[in-house]
Ligand binder design. Structure first.
Ligand SMILES: Nc1ncnc2c1ncn2[C@@H]1O[C@H](COP(=O)(O)OP(=O)(O)OP(=O)(O)O)[C@@H](O)[C@H]1O
Length: 630
């Protein structure tokens, strides 16, 4: 069952687990604030006492200093702890959201919208950790100071408080305006991110196209200027609010002095100690109030950032049930595997996959009409080599994603060995597939060899053997479970991706235009050796291809036309696949001689095929096993 998204305001939800630390921080902060105010009172008392500070007063002064110091330190430690934990939980939560999100949700949210949230927004939230503690203490000190003033002279305090509330009201309105500025600056940062992406991903093209380069430069300049203007205005608003706050204290002090000089204080309250106490506290209060005012922009930004993070979480509110990664590995390790190395977690045997009336629809985007795939009725069996062909944009990749369980069918159902694949099963179902997408991501480690300090395991030996076979051994080695480099040509990167999928030994292998970037000799090797070899191992192979000269090698050819799938019976019934299967049966049966080069291997295989067609027998060749290629 998909887990429901967490409820409630994000910040409160984030803080709730750390309530104990927050309470401790507030209490110690209050303690520090009270001690500071008491220090002020002691200083004020000593100033007006004949003989100054007594010995007892000195001891009290030292004790208050220690209390203020310890309280502040402890409060700092607690809030920093909470801050760091909050940031860590935001980061982990977002990673979880992304890992468990349905693919369509991820595809809808383009990376230029995602990346600023994952990087700068989380960073902004982390700044709270450093400001929160000082701000909290400032609030405690300010409250303590106000309390002291109320004790000194309730009448004067009421006047000061009224002026302070009016000043803070003005400040709050200004702050609201600044906040609005931060929101619109953030919108533009997404545009900037998109432009930066074009800068890096289109680096080659931009160097060849002066007009486009100039346009991009202008676009970046305009966006940066707009961000500067909006951010500048927002910060200025805050700075003005802060300046107003500072000025307010001097106005308040003037008010106190005027009050005193006109003898307006009540009997007993107009003495010098009350006035100096007010002036002393107001001068001191300016520091904490400044700190609060300085922290406001950070909190303003953090609120904006948290709003974005919340919106992202809502976007990914729907979660797929994938279980915990550790559990999945734990569950499957003990299961029998049909893979070559018995190491793939999805290697459970299967016989057939069936699609019954399966459809998938991309919703329309603006003027672009919806793309509808299907309905598709199809049965695929273990050990089949199926080619999927069709025009660009006809729906081949979409069909692959549907078959892989990456997209849930809009209608119809997928059955694995007669059992419908439902949403809770989908992740387990997916573990049966190995795939190299046309826009694949190349991982630099080998699944199953992670953290392997030893380089002489069977898996490492097999991987290195296959690297030789794929012509990559002079470029890449597997060390400690990682490939030494992935800085390779496009064709070489695809070979490495194929090697990973191959060693993963999942029962179903899908390749999306894999051969498109390969040289002719290797392309031939791929179609005539690698694919038949995988089929001979019992894999179901689904290969998207435009290489029509190899269509005859497939057991079945499926053709996609504008979202409709038809079986190309003319190709599927070709006698060639049968011949190919016989050849491979022979290869497996008769043992092998090792060709010295790829060309000789291809030639040898052609010879065998020729012999097969003319009924003669001869030497067989095997590129199937890297051990044999040693
Ligand atoms: N994420 C998406 N959102 C909306 N429409 C999409 C999305 N991905 C693909 N499409 C649309 O679905 C249609 C089929 O795309 P698909 O990638 O499946 O085609 P294809 O047959 O694999 O093409 P090619 O041979 O060029 O790789 C296209 O018209 C495309 O515009």
């Amino acid at each position: 069952m998909p887990s429901p998204p967490p409820k409630g305001p994000h910040l409160l939800r984030l803080l709730r687990p750390h309530l104990g630390w927050i309470v401790l921080s507030v209490l110690t902060g209050l303690c520090a604030g009270t001690a500071t105010v008491a220090l002020l009172a002691t200083v004020n008392g000593a100033l007006h006492r004949p003989g100054g500070l007594t010995d007892q007063g000195l001891l009290l002064y030292i004790a208050l200093c220690i209390a203020a110091l310890a309280g502040r330190g402890l409060s700092d430690v607690c809030t920093n702890l909470v801050g760091q934990k909050v940031v860590a939980s935001v980061r982990k939560g977002l990673a979880q959201n992304l890992l468990h999100a349905p693919l369509q949700a991820l595809e809808r949210l383009q990376s230029h919208r995602l990346m600023p949230i994952l990087t700068s927004d989380v960073e902004i939230v982390s700044h709270i950790a450093f400001t929160l503690s000082a701000t909290l203490i400032s609030v405690a000190v300010a409250l303590g100071c106000l309390l002291y003033l109320a004790v000194l002279s309730p009448g004067l305090f009421a006047l000061i408080l009224a002026a302070l509330v009016a000043g803070m009201g003005i400040q709050a309105v200004t702050q609201g305006r600044g906040m609005h500025g931060f929101w619109s600056a953030r919108e533009r940062e997404e545009q900037l991110h998109q432009a930066y992406r074009t800068l890096t991903e289109g680096a080659k093209e931009l160097r060849l196209h002066r007009k486009r380069r100039v346009r991009l430069q202008q676009q970046i300049t305009a966006t940066v200027d707009a961000i500067r203007a909006v951010n500048g205005h927002a910060v200025n608003t805050y700075v003005l609010a802060k300046a107003f706050g500072s000025a307010l204290f001097f106005l308040l002090i003037a008010l106190v002095l005027a009050w005193g000089s006109r003898g307006a204080v009540n009997a007993g309250e107009g003495d010098a100690a009350v006035l100096s106490g007010f002036v002393l506290v107001l001068l001191f209060l300016k520091g904490p109030m400044d700190q609060i005012a300085t922290a406001l922009p950070t909190f303003g930004r953090a609120r904006v950032a948290l709003g974005r993070i919340d919106a992202l979480r809502s976007h990914f509110a729907q979660r797929e049930n994938m279980g915990e990664v550790g559990e999945e590995i734990g569950q499957t390790r003990d299961q029998p595997s049909s893979g070559q190395f018995g190491r793939s977690e999805g290697a459970e045997p299967f016989e057939r996959i069936e699609l019954r009336g399966v459809t998938y629809t991309f919703p329309p985007q603006g003027d672009i009409p919806a793309f509808a795939l299907g309905p598709i009725d199809l049965v695929l069996r273990r050990g089949e080599m199926v080619f999927l062909v069709g025009d660009n944009g006809s729906g081949k990749t979409t069909f692959l994603k549907l078959l892989l369980g990456l997209y849930p069918p809009t209608d119809g159902e997928i059955l694995l060995d007669g059992k419908p694949v439902t949403a809770p099963d989908r992740d387990s179902y997916r573990q049966r597939f190995g795939i190299v997408f046309s826009d694949f991501h190349l991982f630099d480690d080998l699944d199953g060899a992670e953290g392997g300090a030893e380089d002489d395991t069977p898996l490492t030996a097999a991987a290195n053997g296959h690297l030789r076979r794929l012509g990559l051994d002079h470029k890449v080695t597997l060390q400690g479970g990682r490939f030494s480099t992935t800085d390779l040509s496009t064709g070489q990167r695809k070979r490495l991706a194929l090697l990973q999928a191959y060693l993963d030994a999942r029962p179903i292998l899908m390749l999306d235009e894999w051969a498109a970037d390969q040289d002719p000799a290797f392309r031939d090797q791929f179609y005539t050796e690698l694919l038949p070899e995988l089929r001979a191992r019992g894999h179901l192979l689904l290969v998207i291809t435009h290489d029509d000269r190899y269509f005859h090698l497939a057991d079945r050819v499926l053709r996609m036309r504008e979202g409709r799938l038809v079986e190309d019976t003319a190709q599927s019934q070709s006698p060639a696949p049968k011949l190919n299967m016989e050849l491979h049966a022979r290869i497996a049966r008769e043992g092998l001689a090792r060709p010295s080069t790829l060309e000789s291997a291809v030639a040898a295989l052609a010879r065998i095929r020729n012999e097969g067609e003319h009924g003669t027998t001869g030497q067989t060749v095997n590129l199937a096993s890297p051990e044999a290629a040693e």
